[in-house]
Design a protein around this ligand. Structure first.
Ligand code: GLU
Length: 504
């Protein structure tokens, strides 16, 4: 019977705080979160901060706030606490040293005193054509300076004297490590290809491998769900579990997120040159809604089994299963993430949309920003008109300034195309009629325009397009007549007369 069938499901997201939360990391966190929810288990956040050189202090905050933004706060973690803490590896150092000592005492690990230069010299000495870069392993360890060859006394002396040293795992080269991966099926590695892993570095800190295994065990993790880039570490971890006499958790390695076009793993450089949002921070700045981002990410590799694409977090947590995650790499498609965003923006209630737009509007010194806070009813009318035409809630603050200010310029290309001989006369006549009418709303404005066009034997487009240009200054936008109703009669008449004057 496996460990997981006996105990409550416990999964973890174990990022190294080296920078902004990457969307690949967020996807890993999401799949772990779904799995925990689906199995009424616990979702643990563990900060893997043992690599002092790459450590970035703000990154932990960034990770936490990114998870919060996505709506997937951990059940246990450095902020939440829990029975298995501390949840930062830098605070668990004593435990790693203890297990490293146990491995040495039981003959599974040893001290090694070689300098980087000595290791380099060994590589040169043993290099052959088939093996140009020999490893520190069973074939070479006998030639090196380590506790396997030195007397106990000499080892003690060197350590007391403060000689730099590491602790390495003694890997038996004749074995094979085979495990069942929930996503990739049976995976098998020969131990001949694995070097004697460093477990404790010369600064006394554990390596990723040791700390990861000790913590997954100590925190009762039942399933390790992580990116494919960690697959080759898994046999090393399993060797460690065996040496420590522990049962490994179940494994699931998620497909890589690839560059658009499918060439290689999604890279920072590629993302930068193409303007793809690849960190949570970039998603926020670009104005993506969290619901859209998580929906997009969840379907990068997971296939819920039908054609439906829009899922709430709760729905996904309910449906999620590892069997429906495919092993092959998945491409990051910016059109797709934008499509998701548009779907969410269109699905919001007007009030929701305004709520999401508000922080962007506040940052933006546009006409909208000035007009936004003037009247709630008006704001709602405008948002409702714009909603079917925008992709981001922040588009509200960046287009449609004409609802608040008379245009001062007219789109040049549109003028060329739409402002014809006779436009000025037709528009003046239209403005006269609007001004004289007993009533004014969208239907009235439309009826008057069509009647005028008919009388003059002109197509309605001959008036509609230049009127749009006159009232908004731009060629596209919501339905002209709805827009005119929101603007009000006085404003429309004023703007049409102004355009006639300016464009002639
Ligand atoms: N600290 C590793 C990372 O940055 C964790 C990998 C794992 O989940 O084991 O992703």
């Amino acid at each position: 019977m496996t460990k997981s069938s006996l105990s409550k499901v416990r999964v973890r997201f174990a990022p190294s705080p080296t920078g902004s939360l990457h969307i690949g990391g967020l996807r890993t966190a999401l799949f772990n979160y779904f799995f925990a929810r689906r199995h009424s288990g616990a979702f643990v956040l563990r900060i893997e901060d043992t690599d002092q050189a790459r450590f970035v202090r703000e990154a932990e905050w960034d990770i936490l706030s990114g998870l919060k933004w996505a709506g997937i706060e951990p059940d246990e973690g450095p902020q939440q606490g829990g029975d298995f803490g501390p949840y930062r590896q830098s605070e668990r150092q004593a435990m790693y040293a203890l297990y490293a000592q146990q491995l040495i005492d039981e003959g599974h690990a040893y001290y090694a005193f070689d300098t980087p230069e000595e290791i380099e010299a060994m590589r040169e000495r043993f290099a052959t054509e088939e093996n140009p870069s020999p490893k520190y392993d069973a074939t070479t360890r006998g030639e090196m300076t380590n506790s396997l060859g030195l007397s106990g006394e000499e080892v003690r002396e060197r350590i007391e004297r403060g000689d730099a040293h590491v602790i390495r795992l003694k890997v038996d080269p004749g074995g094979r490590i085979t495990f069942q991966d929930h996503i990739r099926g049976r995976v098998s590695f020969s131990t001949g290809g694995i070097d004697d892993q460093v477990l404790i570095k010369s600064d006394g800190m554990p390596t990723y491998h040791l700390a990861n295994v000790v913590d997954d065990h100590a925190m009762g993790i039942t399933h390790v769900i992580r990116g494919e880039e960690w697959l080759s570490s898994t046999p090393k971890h399993i060797l460690l579990y065996q040496a420590l006499g522990w049962e490994p958790p179940e494994m699931a390695h998620m497909p890589l997120i690839m560059n658009p076009g499918g060439k290689g793993k999604l890279s920072k450089r590629h993302a930068e040159t193409q303007g793809l949002p690849v960190t949570v921070e970039q998603c926020q700045l670009a104005g993506y809604e969290p619901e859209a981002v998580i929906n997009f990410l969840a379907l990068l590799g997971w296939n819920p089994g039908d054609d439906k694409e829009i899922f709430s977090l709760d729905e996904m947590a309910e449906l999620f299963s590892l069997d429906r995650v495919n092993g092959g790499g998945v491409q990051f498609d910016v059109n797709k993430i934008n499509w998701f965003n548009q779907q969410y923006v269109r699905g919001f209630s007007v009030d929701q949309l305004l709520e999401r737009a508000e922080p962007h509007v506040r940052k933006n010194a546009s006409a909208w920003a000035a007009g936004f806070f003037k009247g709630e009813e008006r704001r709602r009318q405008i948002a409702a008109l714009m909603q079917p035409r925008i992709t981001f809630s922040k588009d509200l603050s960046e287009t449609g300034g004409y609802f608040f200010e008379d245009p001062t310029t007219y789109d040049e290309a549109a003028v060329k195309k739409r402002w014809k001989e006779g436009s000025a006369e037709l528009l003046s006549a239209y403005a006269d009629r609007l001004g004289a009418a007993s009533d004014f709303d969208a239907a009235q404005a439309e009826a008057m325009l069509r009647a005028l066009a008919e009388e003059r034997g002109a197509g309605a487009g001959r008036i509609i397009h230049p009127v749009r240009l006159a009232v908004s200054g731009v060629p596209g936008g919501p339905s002209l007549f709805d827009m005119m109703e929101v603007l009000g009669r006085e404003v429309c008449v004023r703007r049409i007369r102004k355009a006639v004057e300016v464009l002639g």
